[in-house]
Design a protein around this ligand. Structure first.
Ligand code: SF4
Length: 297
């Protein structure tokens, strides 16, 4: 069955947003850049886990904190995570929002232990996916494995609770899904294509901005930011590429107006928005203009 006219327009808009995204420039200011600075697979996995865990709030501030933590740890992250006391010592005094140095230490120790047992974090997650059959359950089991191995579950702090989401509880688990996109999507200069997880199984990382955008362009009718919404947006994106539904995520996240989208027709603030032709706040007007142009013509 062919695509509807609306889907054709939506696909064109998404492709254009993707084609216009200045990838190198945007990657330089994205937390994924830290992962690219390492060559070793095990180091990259740990850096991805650490950087994605902090990927919320002000980008400049979080990048500075990630850079500080990584500078303290040194260039061999996996090796550093073999020595709990040395790791504690180099991170002493580090803090970011709800996270303390000890939250980070537990995260890295747990992840390193999982690497030693499974060969890599990617292998451990692929194994969980084979066992459970769903990404949500696999991620739940995988994060629980890291929590237990690192002792996070014994820490009654906000940081320890927040540092690894549990998708089983229904949250959107945006930071986990972001890391998964980095590690499992085919290498394209941003994502690294390192984990044996099929890109078709990925779910789009959804925060309030992507939820709002998804609603505005008709990828979801849901107004909440949770796992169900992420699944619904991903299902809609599968219509355009069933093998790689989250390939538009990076470009959409770096759409200039994402942070200041007014979610209403606002000529000044919407000016230049790449998805305006398919935005529900504009599309009727665009159609009307199209009809008028035909009549005038
Ligand atoms: S056109 Fe305006 S309201 Fe629609 S998504 Fe873009 S910025 Fe938001």
């Amino acid at each position: 069955m062919g695509r509807s006219a609306r889907d054709e327009r939506l696909l064109r808009a998404l492709e254009e947003v993707r084609a216009r995204c200045p990838v190198n420039e945007r990657r330089a200011s994205d937390p994924v850049e830290f992962v690219h600075q390492y060559a070793d697979v095990l180091d990259r996995e740990l850096v991805a886990l650490l950087a994605s865990a902090m990927a919320f709030g002000n980008v400049k501030a979080l990048r500075a904190k990630i850079a500080d933590a990584l500078a303290r740890i040194g260039p061999e992250v996996a090796r550093a995570a073999e020595d709990p006391e040395a790791l504690r010592s180099c991170l002493r005094g580090w803090k970011h929002r709800v996270y303390t140095a000890e939250d980070l230490v537990c995260l890295l120790l747990g992840a390193r232990r999982m690497q030693r047992e499974a060969g890599s974090l990617g292998e451990a997650l692929a194994d969980a996916l084979r066992r459970t059959g769903t990404l949500r359950e696999a991620l739940s089991s995988w994060t629980q494995g890291i929590r237990v191995a690192g002792g996070l579950q014994h820490r009654a702090t906000r940081g320890a609770a927040h540092i690894l989401a549990d998708p089983g509880k229904g949250s959107a688990a945006k930071r986990l899904l972001l890391m998964l996109r980095w590690m499992a999507r085919p290498a394209d200069g941003v994502d690294l294509g390192m984990w044996p997880i099929p890109p078709a199984a990925l779910i789009i990382p959804v925060d309030v901005h992507i939820q709002k955008l998804g609603y505005n362009i008709g990828l979801t009718d849901r107004r909440t930011t949770n796992w169900k919404t992420a699944e619904e947006i991903t299902a809609a994106l599968r219509r355009f590429d069933p093998e790689d539904p989250v390939k538009y995520d990076f470009a959409l996240c770096h759409l200039g107006m994402l942070q200041r989208c007014p979610s209403r027709r606002d000529p000044a603030r919407c000016d230049g928005c790449g998805v305006m032709p398919v935005c529900r706040h504009w599309s009727q007007e665009v159609r009307r203009e199209g009809r008028k142009a035909q009549t005038d013509g």
